[in-house]
Design a protein around this ligand. Structure first.
Ligand code: SDX
Length: 428
């Protein structure tokens, strides 16, 4: 037992738990032998104190409000790079050289089209279907089109599938939006950058040329960078668990999209806009602050709080600045922004929020930005999914390429009935 090891006393049994140090952040107590040595499980619903894996991709210091992608601070990446540079970094582990970036951009750009049959796939949905439902279905359906990149044991196929996913998600997202507004799908154009291509596929119409607003494109590209990855959040853990069974990457990302949809996770940006609209005016904020503090009221302030950030979410700061840039560029005066700024100001000075360490998270401002860009609220989480696809894929690849990875199969604390015999109907 080293000085750093932990020991665990269970009745008359004492087991040594090796402590494993990371490069930064909390060490872990290795409990893999605990059940064999003690016959006991650990218990941690929601995994508040449990590391599910080892990873080299993203690191969060929740107290210091720090987020690193492969060691690079998020504010520097958002300031100096573009989204495809962040994608390259997350996938390959290093910032690309000029040639590597040009090659990566070329490969992604030339995978942006989807099989023409996918257009017919959309016809099965009602026009008012939630676009996240369309995304779960259409991304899962990709595995039916790309049998040549579902052999997860082949590194070449893994990278082809990764490229296809990053490239095609914006196309499918734009198709989901066009379908919801009854406009024709717009094909991607190879002479546009990733984010400008997405804006054009969403907003161009056949009747006139679409001119990309560079401020919008830059703002959305920054939105994508901020949302690209975030350690083992609920949707990433879903992708890892689905992938641990050997499921194909398209199905795993579809599972991640389904998990992201929840209002406690990626669905929060949509929920924030609904909450701000319900509050309506700054004078009604105290009513909602009181509801959020009332233990008997299930209402929570959407866009506030985080499992890891117990200080300000560094992404929220950058998102707030981007919101102001977009609104200024468009000359939009959004009353919801006034409500949001006043709500943030009140909450940050309220004892309850200070004591519970509840700060605005990235979803608090992102929705206002997307609304100003002309996207409907229902599309907000779709854009989060477009951005997070690279994170899901990078984490999935890391798991598949980890020789120690095994199928995820948690145990449980059983508190149900002990064994009993079947009762015939006459005796019930
Ligand atoms: C994302 O994991 C990630 O990294 C996610 C994400 C990513 O990039 O992948 O960052 C993206 O999902 C951001 C979070 C978006 N969700 C929301 O904004 C929804 C509102 N927030 C809450 O639902 C909540 O804060 C969570 C889900 C984000 C975090 O929940 P936890 O860590 O399980 O914390 P908790 O529910 O145990 O809350 C701790 C306390 C509780 O009070 P007590 O039971 O201790 O008395 O704080 C309270 C909660 O009631 N609380 C809130 C609150 N969030 C927590 N009270 C009012 N309003 C809130 N928003």
């Amino acid at each position: 037992m080293t000085t750093r090891d932990a020991s665990f006393q269970a009745g008359d049994k004492t087991v040594t738990l090796p402590i494993i140090e990371g490069t930064i952040g909390p060490a872990v107590a290795d409990i893999r032998k605990l059940y064999n040595d003690t016959g006991m499980f650990t218990y941690d619903p929601g995994f508040t104190s449990t590391a599910s894996c080892e990873s080299k991709i993203t690191y969060i210091d929740g107290d210091a409000g720090i987020l690193l992608y492969r060691g690079y601070p998020i504010d520097q990446l958002a300031e100096h790079g573009d989204f495809l540079e962040t994608c390259y970094l997350l996938l390959y582990g290093e910032l690309p050289t000029v040639n590597e970036k040009a090659d990566f951009d070329y490969r992604i750009t030339r995978h942006t089209m989807v099989h023409e049959q996918m257009a017919r796939f959309f016809q099965g949905f009602r026009r008012d279907a939630h676009p996240m439902a369309v995304m779960v279905a259409s991304v899962g359906a990709l595995s039916a089109f790309y049998h040549d990149s579902t052999n997860i044991a082949d590194p070449v196929e893994r990278m082809v599938a990764s490229t296809r996913m990053i490239a095609k998600l914006p196309t499918l997202a734009a198709m989901a939006y066009k379908y919801s507004v009854g406009q024709p799908f717009v094909y991607p154009k190879n002479d546009l950058d990733y984010t400008s291509n997405f804006l054009r596929m969403c907003f161009a119409v056949p009747c006139e040329e679409y001119k990309v607003n560079p401020v919008m494109s830059r703002a959305l590209d920054r939105f994508f960078i901020l949302h690209a990855d975030h350690e083992q959040n609920a949707s990433t853990s879903t992708v890892r668990l689905a992938g641990s069974s050997g499921a194909n990457p398209f199905a795993c990302v579809a599972a991640g999209i389904a998990s992201l949809w929840g209002p406690a996770h990626g669905g929060a940006n949509e929920a924030v806009l609904k909450m701000l609209a319900e509050i309506g005016t700054p004078d009604r904020i105290p009513i909602y602050i009181a509801k959020a503090k009332d233990k008997n009221d299930p209402f929570r302030l959407m866009g506030f709080g985080h499992r890891v950030y117990k200080n300000y979410d560094p992404r929220a700061k950058i998102m707030q600045r981007t919101t102001r840039e977009v609104l200024a560029e468009l000359g939009v005066k959004d009353a919801l922004l006034d409500v949001a700024i006043e709500l943030e100001n009140i909450a940050l000075h309220d004892e309850y929020f200070i004591e519970k360490k509840l700060y605005p998270n990235i979803d608090f401002y992102s929705g206002i930005t997307l609304k100003a860009m002309g996207l409907p609220t229902a599309m907000f989480t779709v854009l989060f999914a477009v951005a997070r696809t690279v994170g899901w894929i990078a984490q999935w690849k890391e798991m598949i390429e980890d020789p120690g990875s095994k199928i995820g199969r948690p145990r449980q604390l059983y508190t149900g009935q002990t064994q009993r015999d079947y009762l015939p109907m006459t005796k019930r």
